[in-house]
Design a protein around this ligand. Structure first.
Ligand code: FUB
Length: 335
């Protein structure tokens, strides 16, 4: 073969190689497009408002998602929260917003801070336990609002706080009476759990608006910060809560709502770009869900610790009843 022939063969080989490389790149791009096309990016679930501290119930085959409303401007570095919001869905992906159902100013005795809250249904009425700053009794307090509908409007059920700072003495801080979670056991007895630094609980009377007996302290919750959430599956009670600060979510299990609680470890890692982590756990159409917030909403919204957004991912149980660590995803729940 002459030198010229060698050159021709070399050029042809290079052309073949280049066209293979181009084809491979196109294949990769197509695969990438296909995989991003397959999955929608569904977290956060609400993007037109900042939403925090989720709580949720299932009623008449519909999920109602209750949240706080983070209203802090980008350069305001604390909570600015004046109202709570409610959204509903029948597929955990498409959420309908309802008119604002409850505001701090609906409680005449409160002055600020629509912090974490939870709703429960009993005998056709919906009771909403909320955290607010008390106007005259210094510190945080817990109030109750009531409605005939899960989307409100709600009104103050008592005309006064259910829990005030002077009722709880396990810590000196003025913000230990926050983050109520309410639970009705199989025998119909309702319980309220709440707290910051210390986790408290008390029985509720049948009318849901009065405590029934002493306020107790829950033992066995290492590094308890706040955000307790009680749920039950099969014969296990679960108490999940915000752990340490910045917050992860941890949980404990018990065979009784009054304990003893056995610590089971971390359930969810630090929430992206938010120093708080606040969970709700529900089962809808036999599928368990973990609902939480992050500060990770993408630009141009600019999320953060005071500009949070609710996200939803699947929750999985092991055979022994323990819960698997949550995988927070951008895709969230798919239709
Ligand atoms: O949203 C205000 C407070 O931040 C809540 O009450 C806590 O649970 C934390 O998320």
């Amino acid at each position: 073969m002459t030198i010229r022939n060698y050159q021709v063969v070399l050029i042809m080989l290079m052309m073949v190689f280049q066209s293979c490389e181009t084809a491979q790149k196109a294949d990769n791009q197509a695969a990438e497009t296909a995989s991003t096309k397959e999955m929608d990016i569904n977290n956060p679930v609400i993007t037109h408002k900042f939403t925090a501290d989720p709580a949720a119930i299932v009623h008449n085959d519909t999920v109602y998602l209750y949240t706080g409303h983070d209203e802090a401007e980008i350069d305001f570095h604390f909570y600015k929260m004046n109202e709570w919001l409610v959204f509903s869905s029948t597929n955990m992906v498409d959420w309908t917003e309802h008119p604002v159902p409850l505001k701090v100013k609906d409680f005449a005795w409160a002055k600020a801070d629509a912090w974490a809250a939870e709703v429960i249904e009993k005998d056709g009425k919906f009771y909403w336990y909320v955290t607010v700053e008390h106007a005259t009794n210094p510190g945080k307090a817990i109030g109750v609002a009531v409605s005939d509908s899960p989307v409100g409007p709600f009104k103050d059920a008592i005309g006064a706080a259910l829990i005030t700072n002077d009722m709880t003495k396990a810590t000196e801080i003025g913000w230990d009476d926050i983050d109520p979670t309410v639970f009705i056991d199989d025998d119909g007895q309702a319980y309220l759990f709440w707290g910051n630094t210390v986790c408290y609980y008390a029985k509720l009377k049948d009318n849901m608006v009065e405590l029934d007996g002493e306020i107790m302290v829950v033992e066995g919750l290492p590094k308890f910060t706040e955000a307790p959430w009680i749920h039950k599956k099969d014969d296990w009670y679960y108490l999940s809560y915000a752990y340490q600060f910045p917050e992860k979510t941890a949980y404990a299990m018990s065979k009784s709502i009054t304990g003893p609680w056995e610590f089971k470890g971390i359930l969810n890692e630090l929430a992206g770009n938010s120093n708080t982590n606040h969970q709700a756990i529900i089962e809808y159409k036999d599928v368990p869900y973990f609902i939480y917030h992050t500060g990770g909403i993408e630009a141009p919204n600019f999320g953060g610790s005071f500009r949070r957004s609710v996200c939803i991912d699947r929750l999985f149980y092991n055979e022994d009843g323990t819960m698997q660590r949550v995988e927070m995803t951008s895709e969230g729940i798919q239709k």
